[in-house]
Ligand binder design. Structure first.
Ligand SMILES: NC(=O)c1ccc[n+]([C@@H]2O[C@H](COP(=O)([O-])OP(=O)(O)OC[C@H]3O[C@@H](n4cnc5c(N)ncnc54)[C@H](O)[C@@H]3O)[C@@H](O)[C@H]2O)c1
Ligand SMILES: [Fe+2]
Length: 388
């Protein structure tokens, strides 16, 4: 008997559109939350958004407990502090406001409130034993798609490892996807998170785990992102571009969460862990070279993606693949993405770390879903090529 099943996990409620975040009070009530922990970062506390959410909750008779200490690339310590706060306050749910960092930390806190040990015990695929408390995710960057993914990334600062966990128990219960929250993103952040979501769409489409549903979602995500990223970068207040980017990022999250990411993400996490490069930037640094390395293993997939998202009109696959790589290089130039060298990483430190970074990349499992699966030596060669 042939087994060819496609599994899709998505949050049970998605509210998408301008103003969606104002539904937080009614959504919390619908989930019967009385005292959720509101997880965010210091910037979003200062901006007043966290207070607005607390007020919207209060208007529905829900008391939110604020935890605003999440740092970019959240650490084990962030998760432990959040968990202590949740237990002290007797919270019955979690609400995340922010980029991937706040949402990932909130996912870890929600899940660890119902499991023993440390979040690090559950690194890898499908290892979380018990579901966590209900979680409402409100993204403020159009990037990671974490609001719809069954993934969390937590940094073990001591071991310098970005731990990736994938499990359906990490899915938010509800996501309120409100592009108006992204209008304040500065150009640099827009570029980094935008290339992250473009990478999600492309890697999901070429992944060995892609299925017919993730294909549809990945292609539409790629079209929206490739068609609107430059406009969002150049004009932060361009509402149609922001709206398209937000929808694209969320769709790209649905695609990669169910089809996996691949070699770019596998190689990107170690750069983040060793050199503290923001996630989207480290992806962008790698995307053109890793795509050039991979295209020959699935030329028809890369070519179809290139044509669908508007990077190429060539009928011939090899030309479309070349044009895709050229467009990714041009996009990096237009978005002023630095190479690792331009970012300020010393060559000796980068060279020294490459062998271990290649091992960490392979250990994450993501490179195994790439159309061309590299050896550790090939990964080192790619790192060297990208250094700049
Ligand atoms: N769980 C997943 O599926 C998944 C997928 C990809 C990446 N990630 C992880 O997500 C993290 C990165 O998340 P991110 O790129 O969204 O950034 P982030 O959450 O780290 O935020 C970066 C900075 O932008 C600020 N910011 C957030 N929203 C803003 C807004 N609207 N206006 C102005 N500033 C704003 C934040 O305060 C912070 O200082 C990484 O740790 C990465 O590994 C997770
Ligand atoms: Fe990503």
């Amino acid at each position: 008997m042939s087994v060819n099943l496609a599994r899709l996990n998505i949050p049970s409620t998605l509210v998408i559109g301008g103003g969606a975040s104002r539904q937080v009070g009614s959504e919390a009530r619908r989930l019967r939350l009385q005292r959720p922990l509101v997880v965010t970062d210091p910037f979003l506390q200062k901006s007043g958004l966290a207070q607005r959410v607390l007020d919207d909750l209060a208007a529905e008779g829900v008391h939110g407990e604020l935890f605003a200490d999440v740092q970019p690339d959240p650490t084990l310590a962030n998760v432990h502090t959040g968990l202590d706060r949740l237990r002290q306050a007797g919270c019955d749910g979690v609400i995340a406001i922010g980029g991937g960092s706040s949402i990932d930390c909130a996912k870890a806190v929600a899940v660890m409130s119902r499991n023993t040990g440390s979040i690090g015990d559950y690194m890898g695929y499908h290892k979380v034993p018990q579901p966590g408390l209900p979680l409402i995710a409100i993204p403020t960057t159009s990037g990671t798609g974490s609001e719809v993914t069954k993934v969390t990334v937590i940094t073990d600062a001591e071991r310098q490892v970005k731990m990736m966990l994938l499990d359906a128990h990490l899915l938010p219960t509800a996501a309120l996807v409100d592009y108006e929250l992204t209008l304040t993103m500065p150009a640099g952040l827009t570029a980094a998170v935008g290339v992250d979501s473009l990478t999600h769409a492309l890697e999901a489409y070429v992944s060995k785990k892609a299925n017919p549903v993730t294909d549809l979602v990945a292609l539409e995500a790629g079209r929206l992102i490739a068609g609107n990223l430059r406009a969002a970068f150049q004009e932060p207040g361009n509402r149609p571009a922001r709206e398209a980017m937000m929808r694209g990022a969320t769709l790209a999250g649905i695609a990669f969460s169910n089809a996996s990411v691949a070699l770019v993400h596998g190689m990107s996490r170690p750069i983040g862990a060793y050199f503290h490069v923001p996630h989207g930037l480290s992806n962008a640094m790698l995307l053109p070279a890793v795509t050039a390395f991979s295209v020959d293993a699935a030329p028809e997939r890369y070519a179809h993606f290139a044509r669908h998202v508007g990077c190429s009109a060539a009928a011939d696959d090899a030309t479309a693949c070349r044009e895709l790589v050229a467009e990714l290089e041009k996009l990096n130039r237009d978005l002023r993405v630095p190479s690792p060298r331009e970012y300020g990483i010393a060559r000796e430190r980068f060279d020294e770390a490459m062998a271990q970074m290649a091992q960490d990349a392979l250990a994450s499992g993501s490179p195994g879903f790439n159309p061309r699966v590299p050896t550790a030596e090939e990964i080192v060669t790619l790192y060297r090529q990208c250094y700049g």
